[in-house]
Design a protein around this ligand. Sequence first.
Ligand SMILES: CCCCCCC/C=C/C(=O)SCCNC(=O)CCNC(=O)[C@H](O)C(C)(C)COP(=O)(O)OP(=O)(O)OC[C@H]1O[C@@H](n2cnc3c(N)ncnc32)[C@H](O)[C@@H]1OP(=O)(O)O
Ligand SMILES: NC(=O)C1=CN([C@@H]2O[C@H](COP(=O)(O)OP(=O)(O)OC[C@H]3O[C@@H](n4cnc5c(N)ncnc54)[C@H](OP(=O)(O)O)[C@@H]3O)[C@@H](O)[C@H]2O)C=CC1
Length: 257
Amino acid sequence: MLPPGSFEGRVAVITGGSSGIGETIARHLAALGATVVLLGRRPDALREVVASIREAGGSAAGFAADVRDRERVEAVLAEVVDRYGRIDHLVNNAAGNFRVAPEEMSPNAWNAVVRIVLDGSWHCTQTVGRHLIARGGGGSVVSIGTTPALFGDPDTAHSASAKAGVLAMTKSLAIAWGRHGIRLNVVTPGLTDDTGAVSQLFAAEGAYAANLEKIPVGRHANRDEIAEAVTYLLSDHAGYVTGQNLVIDGGRSLGIG
Ligand SMILES: CCCCCCC/C=C/C(=O)SCCNC(=O)CCNC(=O)[C@H](O)C(C)(C)COP(=O)(O)OP(=O)(O)OC[C@H]1O[C@@H](n2cnc3c(N)ncnc32)[C@H](O)[C@@H]1OP(=O)(O)O
Ligand SMILES: NC(=O)C1=CN([C@@H]2O[C@H](COP(=O)(O)OP(=O)(O)OC[C@H]3O[C@@H](n4cnc5c(N)ncnc54)[C@H](OP(=O)(O)O)[C@@H]3O)[C@@H](O)[C@H]2O)C=CC1
């Protein structure tokens, strides 16, 4: 969708870039010229994706990091700046989720998800934001949202609450950092094929297919459709767009709100 070379000379950090939607975002950014830096907990998964991006002619590196670990996040991002001289873009994509009734949820279960989604996004965004401000501004951040953050979901209150926090963080920092030329937006996907969310949340026989009847366009999203929206919002073509939430769910949430 974007002209080739749109991200030439740029460095983009993608959390959870070793699988699912994050992996596809990384592939798109690399194909558009960015050096992509992937963060995730599993070194093997990172190695595999980095190798395959390089084989396709892209520039990529992977760093094992749990986004809940502030010290590790800061150390990794400092190493990225040392190695490449800059960070221009951040995609807060890493997330954890599982279905559990709110009255059954343990404190640790709540914390696991909230600390990955909300705290992890904060750690990465504040660290990258400080770098961008120190270098004189510019740059952009996209965080991945979820429709339950907008409308609620009884089975994933931890995730919905954390993602609602990410949306509020995005709007708040868009105001605070607009004067530095830093833009922040959210992309909110509907259910997307070949992702951890589907295997984690729609594992029951027939559950994923049954969801189709609720989607006006009659199909689930594919990962490329989400990645294209993310690359657009990160790019200079979206230079006047900040603090927004782009919902890409085939119309699923229309009529709910
Ligand atoms: C209409 C459209 C709606 C679409 C919504 C889709 C939104 C999608 C959002 C997503 O984020 S999808 C991403 C899916 N991918 C993943 O979840 C991969 C990463 N996940 C994980 O690493 C784990 O699942 C994790 C639990 C989130 C974190 O792993 P960690 O190793 O840190 O935690 P644990 O020690 O395993 O567990 C912590 C705590 O949580 C309890 N717990 C774990 N799973 C469940 C479960 N299925 N049900 C209830 N509780 C669970 C676990 O027991 C621990 O609690 P305590 O036992 O210690 O009290
Ligand atoms: N797929 C869908 O239908 C939808 C997805 N979303 C959102 O899209 C994003 C991607 O989802 P999806 O592709 O399904 O997810 P996946 O489960 O496929 O991928 C999640 C990625 O996040 C990484 N990750 C998880 N926890 C951590 C952590 N603590 N630190 C660092 N990395 C971590 C995982 O790597 P590792 O395990 O190696 O750490 C993995 O690479 C998420 O934000 C999700 O909430 C929103 C709506 C719908």
